[in-house]
Design a protein around this ligand. Structure first.
Ligand code: ADP
Ligand code: MG
Length: 851
């Protein structure tokens, strides 16, 4: 493996950093700096110990290709790590890897493929002299001569070599340009590659600039960073020049999961106890940025999936096939990472590792002839990030094992943690202490008051070992204290600061409600922003999955009603939450009476509607969590309103009532089923089935304007006590008693009534009641009115009823109502919907929400 990369490096790069004047000084810089090159052309000089960016150098983007891709035409995707090329289109089945890179093509050009493509290329080199302390560019040296950028008295200067490779392809028949690309790379020193001695492991994301650095011995997270653009290379600085450092590229969700796990002590313990293994799969991530498409090898876990787009034509690239499932436990956390481009045939996302293209298609033959096979080694189908993994082994924090032979397209890599709990604990302790000193706003006398292992930031104290949960974009939630009361501390990275500010602003406005999470305060240090929130005991998801201690002791309907009232409160303030899902509904800690309540939380994606507006435009981008997003949110032409929350809440209700099921099916198909409006409520339990179905149906309507609003949900009979149901039946019976059969209300009530009374309700009641009813008057078995009248009369005269009948009917109100609603399950919801015509009447106003 190394032989291959070495060949490439030898081929395209030369030794590059000139030995500086003062060795000792240089060495300290060399030890302390890490260089991170990102797709957008920025070189970040980062402190290895703190992760803080010392300076950046802005150069041209690493790859530039035509942004527009035409359906059917042959096109290419470059890999910004080494300039590898992938071809697609032109009748090809999927993506194919070409057996050469852009630098190799440039070196071989002018050349011609056996398909008649002519290649021209050129290479432009430049030396950039930089002050390693400030990052100031002092001068550049190139074919065009020397350019002084900035006069400097810097003691040391480092020279960084850069090469720009441009390749252009022409059609030999038409003479037209078919494609062009520019790839830029830093020159590196290939000597001394012993990565075993390297103290860190770097993990990065394939689609954004998230990057995590671990201690390679303990697996402890040293720092997180976001470079705002995917990382394409990392280097350390040696007296001989830049040296490439291996790093691992993951799908963003996989990186998130992994990061979350690595900080949680619980997980670590579990992991150490059971020797848990994490399986990753190599994929090729196809992404887009402002200078075109790119392809990056990227490791995924089983929860990263590609959603097949709805109108997938033959030109669409295929999404990856799903790796085998380990179990359902993580289904809920799955987020698909594939985005569909409406007007192009490029499918962004994670793809299976492509095959290497056959000679027929590739221009390799003609070039190979010329270059005598040295230039085109057998390029391994394993993407770049894994190469070092496979050679690096055992004694480091992780072990990567190649479990399948190379020729099989998918290669599993097992990641294993190997350290004992003790070691980890002491590492964590250490990290907690260093953090204290990092937090700019703490003063030394405050440390004394801070319990061991805790971190203080202004008024907030938190325990980095007590992770309550983790969210998106590197957000962590810890247990902590604010002004000596327990709280949850949400720690956000700089790129989430706008979310943090918005979250706090909206919380300040809305947390005066029993069912909206309470906000205490916000603090920042030079790395993070911290929000102190009311401490909760669990999420609704934990509750449903039986992970919280009060799972069986609390009334699900009451929790849902409380959540609905939190949402109604937000909506009344013009706030759309946009990310309603079971993880974002929290359950409070029990109060002194042991009662808990539901609280709406996570305002990161909230949107405030400007005064008088009822919808916001989608320019702000679709928000939410896949599988819970209302269909109109993904349709750029539709405006989104508070109804998006009601849709998600409909899914949440079903999820709670069925103990974990989703109306739109399993996590892989959910969002595409949502777009099709394809749902099923078949797992609802039989008790009160029709009432439950009615509410959920009214929330899952495809058409947002038809969905119930939160205030209407609060009034829905699903949440009525038996007593209230009884009162309603009685009020209805009184109301229709004197009506003529042609009155509107009776027509509404009796329409489809036969189904409700099962053709003759008298045949479905107990013998005791049948006998009793016969004594007084004749009841019509096919009429709902008569059934309601019988209920009303028996309730009214309950005290005078014979003992056996009382026993049969049960106690008032609960058993009595159930006697009827269990026999006539459609009675309540049918009557409720029929009597809507009377909603404005004084007696009925209490039962209906009137807009
Ligand atoms: P994100 O905006 O990234 O989704 P959240 O605010 O939803 O972040 O928090 C992430 C997770 O942290 C939640 O799903 C939950 O498990 C936990 N969490 C958040 N807030 C609290 C809190 N106040 N009390 C207890 N746990 C919390
Ligand atoms: Mg959340």
């Amino acid at each position: 493996m190394w032989k291959i990369s070495t060949t490439i490096l030898l081929f395209c790069l030369q030794i590059t950093v000139l030995t500086p004047v003062c060795e000792a000084n240089f060495l300290s810089i060399h030890d302390s700096l890490l260089f991170v090159s990102t797709l957008d052309g920025t070189l970040h000089a980062v402190s290895k110990t703190t992760g803080k960016t010392q300076w950046t150098l802005q150069e041209e983007p690493v790859i530039k290709v035509p942004v527009e891709v035409t359906a059917g035409k042959l096109s290419f995707l470059p890999d910004p790590k080494d300039g590898s090329l992938y071809a697609l289109g032109d009748g090809m089945n999927g993506i194919k890897k070409l057996p050469f890179t852009i630098p190799q093509l440039v070196s071989a050009s002018p050349c011609k493929s056996n398909e008649g493509i002519l290649y021209t290329g050129h290479k432009k080199d430049v030396w950039i002299a930089v002050d390693p302390v400030t990052g100031e560019k002092i001068r550049t040296l190139s074919m065009d001569g020397t350019q002084k950028v900035c006069p400097s008295d810097a003691e040391n200067v480092i020279y960084i070599g850069r090469s720009e490779y441009t390749i252009t392809m022409f059609d030999s028949k038409t003479g037209h340009k078919r494609w062009n690309a520019t790839f830029t790379d830093y020159s590196t020193n290939v000597a001394n590659k012993d990565s075993k001695d390297y103290d860190y492991k770097h993990l990065s994301s394939s689609s954004n600039g998230m990057s995590v650095t671990l201690d390679s011995k303990s697996g402890e997270i040293k720092w997180l960073n976001n470079y705002n653009s995917p990382v394409v290379a990392m280097y350390s600085l040696s007296p001989d020049g830049l040296q490439k450092i291996p790093f691992y590229t993951f799908a963003p969700e996989t990186l998130e999961h992994l990061t979350g796990k690595l900080t949680s002590r619980l997980w670590k313990e579990k992991f150490l106890k059971h020797g848990d293994q994490e399986v990753f799969y190599p994929t090729l991530y196809v992404g887009e940025y402002e200078h075109g498409f790119y392809a990056l090898g990227s490791l995924v876990d089983e929860t990263t999936v590609a959603v097949a787009p709805k109108n997938q034509g033959p030109l669409l690239l295929e999404g990856p096939k799903l790796p085998p499932k380990k179990g359902n436990s993580r289904e809920e956390t799955s987020t698909a990472s594939t985005k569909r481009r409406e007007h192009s045939y490029m499918m962004l996302g994670h793809h299976e590792i492509p095959e290497e293209s056959s000679n027929k298609m590739s221009p390799a033959l003609a070039i190979t002839d010329k270059s005598n096979n040295v230039i085109f080694p057998n390029i391994d189908p394993v993407p770049e990030p894994m190469k070092p993994n496979i050679t690096t082994t055992a004694d480091q924090g992780y072990q990567y094992i190649d479990v399948k032979v190379r020729t099989e397209q998918s290669i599993k890599i097992l990641l294993q943690k190997q350290l004992e709990a003790q070691k980890l604990m002491s590492q964590e302790q250490k990290s907690a202490q260093t953090s204290i000193h990092k937090s700019g706003s703490s003063s030394s006398d405050l440390y004394d008051a801070v319990p061991d292992g805790h971190v203080q930031v202004g008024k907030i104290v938190y325990n980095p070992k007590a992770v309550l949960g983790h969210g998106c974009e590197g957000t962590f939630v810890y247990k902590g204290r604010f002004e000596n009361r327990p709280c949850a501390v949400k720690r956000l990275l700089p790129e989430c600061f706008t979310f943090a500010d918005r979250e706090v602003e909206l919380l300040r406005e809305s947390d005066q409600h029993a069912h909206v999470i309470r906000y205490f305060c916000m603090e920042s240090d030079n790395q993070f922003r911290y929000i102190a929130l009311e401490l909760c005991g669990a999420t609704l998801q934990d509750y449903v999955e039986g992970k919280s201690q009060y799972s069986r002791t609390f009334d699900s309907l009451q929790l849902l009603h409380q959540a609905a009232s939190g949402i109604a409160h937000l909506h009344s303030l013009g706030i759309v939450h946009r990310d309603i899902k079971p993880h974002n509904v929290l359950i409070s800690q029990p109060d002194t009476g042991g009662n808990v309540k539901a609280l709406i939380s996570d305002f990161g994606l909230c949107k405030k509607l400007s005064a008088g507006r009822i919808s916001f435009s989608r320019r702000s981008g679709a928000a939410g969590t896949e599988g819970w997003i209302a269909p109109e949110m993904l349709d750029e032409d539709k405006r989104t309103t508070c109804a998006v929350d009601m849709f998600s809440f409909g899914c949440v209700i079903y999820y709670v009532l069925t103990r974990g099921k989703h109306p739109f099916g399993d996590s892989l198909r959910r969002q595409s089923n949502i777009l099709e409006g394809d749902y099923s409520l078949q797992s609802l339990p039989m008790t009160d089935f029709y009432v439950r179905r009615d509410l959920i149906d009214r929330l899952l309507c495809f058409e947002p304007s038809k969905r119930l609003c939160a205030k209407a949900v609060l009034k829905h009979p699903l949440f009525w006590s038996r007593e209230r149901q009884m009162a309603f039946f009685q009020d209805v019976s009184d109301r229709i008693e004197k009506e003529t059969v042609d009155s509107e209300v009776l027509i509404c009530l009796e329409e489809k009534g036969l189904e409700v009374v099962k053709f003759d309700w008298r045949k479905h009641i107990s013998e005791e009641l049948q006998n009793d009813l016969r004594k007084f008057r004749t009841y019509k078995g096919e009429n709902i009115r008569d059934l309601l009248r019988a209920m009303r009369n028996k309730k009214h005269h309950y005290r005078e009823l014979p003992e056996d009948l009382k026993r049969s009917l049960g106690a008032i109100p609960d058993q009595f109502v159930q006697y009827f609603t269990s026999r006539f399950p459609k009675l309540l919801i049918h009557t409720y919907n029929a009597l809507r015509c009377c909603q404005y009447e004084r007696v009925f106003q209490q039962y209906y929400y009137i807009e």
